[in-house]
Design a binder for this molecule. Structure first.
Ligand code: PLP
Ligand code: COI
Length: 372
């Protein structure tokens, strides 16, 4: 089964493709792909599409990957009018290349754009951009297990104008970066720092939008996490400081002994596509899904009583990574040590990646082929 999208190629966008004359050699590429890390190496090409108030979306291009020239007064550099997305291209055993629910990323980018007063890129253009990039950079999609090509679409205000209003000129770009595990330790359970000094977003703010400002505001808390030997930071709600929100770059899920999966519902967190998919897979297994306000106290007392047996982080980059502990100067919730084979989180991870890499039937129609 494949996703039912609007027309594959948009009729009114004529693509201009310029090949990179200094593309990496096959040997250079192989060396990068053997050990891709996360977010440090990029493919030979990128996509850009222009938008203007008068002309709408126009001039879609595939061009050599390289620096972008911007006027120093470009609005994004001053007022952070920017949104981005993150998804992956996976290579299946037969060599074909697939993406996972790209229509959901396109829709979320449209919601983010709306919040940031940016134009909405139609879903078919979004998917078309990915296909165009894969058409020239297909060799950059890794072949080994658990590696993928991370796709980073982004859009920003490029109009040179210092007045504070939505920009009349905007650029959409797509770049791609071969990716292995997001965390250095792979799926080793994470230590999470609980931030009580900083919040990420509040009611009516930009928390649901995937925009740089939310990540900028997380950095100082993330730095605090690193200082304390933690790999990620968990934020609480901005109003009462009592309820779980999300991690700096991932959603958070708790699992109970009586087969419930619990995850925060809030209008100030990112609606994760990995999360939505995992909740579906858990429901398919007979778990009861609870998406609601979740108090920090509920986690603390539930873990102490042995009712909450697992916690995990999930997102495109991290997939699913178990959480070993949540802590700060005043609190420590240490999750029980469980053998990997007994972890629901890792079994859900196996199922999700099985679908993404074509090892397990795609019964929900989540995959879209990119190279045909
Ligand atoms: N929350 C934040 C702040 C994120 O950056 C991400 C990653 O994109 C997620 C949640 C998970 O979203 P998704 O599963 O769509 O990647
Ligand atoms: C993603 O998972 O796509 C993200 O944007 C998270 C970021 C930490 C890389």
């Amino acid at each position: 089964m494949t996703l039912n999208l609007l027309p594959m190629a948009s009729q009114d966008l004529a693509w201009q493709v310029t090949r990179n004359e200094s593309a990496k050699s096959a040997d250079e590429r192989a060396e990068i792909l053997a050990n891709p890390g996360f977010g440090t190496n990029f493919t030979d090409h990128m996509v850009d599409i222009c938008w203007s108030e008068k002309g709408g979306w126009h001039r879609p291009r595939v061009q050599p990957y390289g620096p972008i020239s911007l006027d120093p007064a470009a609005a994004v550099l001053h007022y952070a009018q920017e949104v981005f997305e993150g998804l992956k291209a996976y290579r299946h055993a037969d060599g074909s290349i697939w993406s996972f629910r790209p229509d959901q990323n396109a829709a979320r980018m449209q919601r983010s754009a709306k919040r940031l007063a940016l134009p909405e890129l139609p879903t078919e253009y979004f998917v078309d951009a990915i296909r165009q990039l894969i058409a020239v950079d297909a060799d950059w999609v890794p072949t080994q297990d658990e590696a993928s090509l991370y796709l980073r679409p982004f859009m920003f205000a490029k109009e040179a104008f210092l007045g504070v209003r939505p920009a009349a000129k905007v650029a959409f770009y797509l770049i791609a970066s071969p990716a292995g595990a997001y965390f250095k330790g792979g799926i080793t359970p994470l230590e999470i720092w609980l931030s009580t000094t900083y919040t990420r977003a509040g009611h009516g703010g930009m928390g649901q939008a995937k925009t740089g400002g939310n990540y900028a505001s997380s950095l100082v808390a993330q730095a605090e996490a690193y200082e304390h030997g933690c790999q990620q930071v968990l934020f609480l709600d901005a109003q009462e400081g009592k309820y779980l929100e999300e991690l700096g770059g991932m959603n958070v899920v708790l699992v109970t002994k009586d087969k419930r999966v619990i995850t925060p519902d809030s209008d100030s967190i990112l609606e994760g596509i990995t999360l939505a998919s995992i909740l579906q897979l858990a429901q398919d297994r007979g778990y009861v899904v609870e998406q609601r306000r979740v108090a920090l106290d509920e986690w603390r007392s539930g873990a102490a009583a042995g009712d909450i047996v697992e916690a995990f982080a999930c997102g495109t980059a991290a997939v699913i990574t178990p959480i070993a502990a949540l802590r700060n100067e005043d609190l420590e919730i240490r999750m029980p040590e469980i053998a990997d084979g007994d972890r629901v989180s890792l079994s859900l991870r196996e199922e999700l990646t099985g679908i993404q890499y074509g090892r397990i039937e795609d019964r929900h129609g989540w995959l879209l082929r990119l190279d045909a």
